[in-house]
Write a protein that binds this ligand. Structure first.
Ligand code: HSE
Length: 302
């Protein structure tokens, strides 16, 4: 069976570990072949992916799912990466999402996409040391997804009533174990005033998407806590955000743990200026960069 899953941008400003948006910028493909066996035996294949089951997000998530249903089989898992890793585009999450989606189909487990998030998120332990569910939820469910509870995980799709595209400015800054480091940069304690400000941003963002109000989304695409604490990982971000707002983007945020920047644009935005100037900023920081213009996508599919 062949299953694909799209890339995603997590957090979207104040929605750290809460929001993620699936988009068609990139996709991962999983090929999965199953034979009868009295033991559970998973073999991973693929170029540039960890081949150890415990270190690969897709095989680790698959292992967790199959173990919990006591499924024994000989499985060949081939991973074809289309989503570049370590750039804040939900690469590890998409592979894990595709792998558990495939297993659900093959072994007829009857789990909903939402239920599969519980297993797919375990794959994030293999790649970043923590089982955050946001990227896997977007790649499984599609659209804009909100994580409402962590144990047990509950995720819901947020209605999107706004027309927009996402310009992704992608610098090739490779930092070893980036997500793990980025998570360690998150403050353990925060001021109540910052918490209130961020909660207001998150409310504004969700209301903006639901009501189709670009000004609310613009206000909501901000963050006083996580993006600020992690800024050394993406020093190009403030300037790109400033330029984006100048040329009437809806807003801009860091994509996941960065360094990719997601700029939300619509018919009012001067897309050419935003793109050209943002790439100039990126290059001024000495980064080799590329870009994608993406739209919101659906979840994993066969
Ligand atoms: N919510 C996660 C983080 C996404 O920002 O650490 C990273 O993949």
């Amino acid at each position: 069976m062949i299953v694909k899953a799209f890339s995603s941008s997590a957090n979207l400003g104040a929605g750290y570990d809460i929001l993620a948006l699936a988009h068609d910028a990139f996709e991962d493909t999983i090929e999965i072949y199953v034979q009868n066996s009295s033991e559970l035996d998973i073999k991973v294949e693929g170029n540039g992916v960890p081949l150890s089951i415990e270190k690969n997000s897709a095989s680790f998530a698959l292992l967790e799912l199959l173990r919990s249903y006591d499924i024994k089989a000989k499985i060949r898992l081939k991973i074809i990466k289309g989503i570049p890793a370590g750039l804040g585009l939900g690469s590890s999450g998409a592979s894990a999402a595709a792998a558990v989606y495939a297993a659900n189909e093959i072994f007829k487990l009857g789990l909903s996409r939402q239920e599969l998030v519980n297993f797919a998120m375990k794959g994030e332990i293999a790649s970043s040391g923590s089982p955050h569910p946001d990227n896997v939820a977007a790649s499984l469910v599609g659209g804009l997804v909100s994580v409402l509870n962590s144990n047990p995980v509950k995720v819901e799709q947020v209605p999107l009533n706004l027309e927009f595209q996402i310009i992704l400015i992608i610098p090739f800054v490779r930092i070893e174990a980036k997500t793990k480091k980025a998570r360690e940069m998150v403050p353990k304690q925060i001021d109540t005033s910052k918490y209130v400000t961020n909660a207001r941003y998150l409310s504004s963002l969700l209301l903006g998407f639901i009501k189709g109000d670009r000004e609310l989304v613009r206000l909501g695409l901000n963050d006083e806590i996580i993006e600020k604490a992690r800024e050394p990982l993406f020093p190009h971000y403030p300037k790109i955000k400033e330029i984006s707002l100048l040329y009437d983007a809806i807003g801009a945020c860091v994509s996941g743990a960065g360094p990719t920047i997601a700029i939300f644009v619509d018919s009012k935005s001067d897309k050419n200026k935003i793109l050209g100037e943002s790439l100039n900023v990126c290059k001024a920081y000495g980064y080799e960069c590329t870009y994608k213009i993406a739209k919101v996508s659906g979840g994993a599919w066969v």
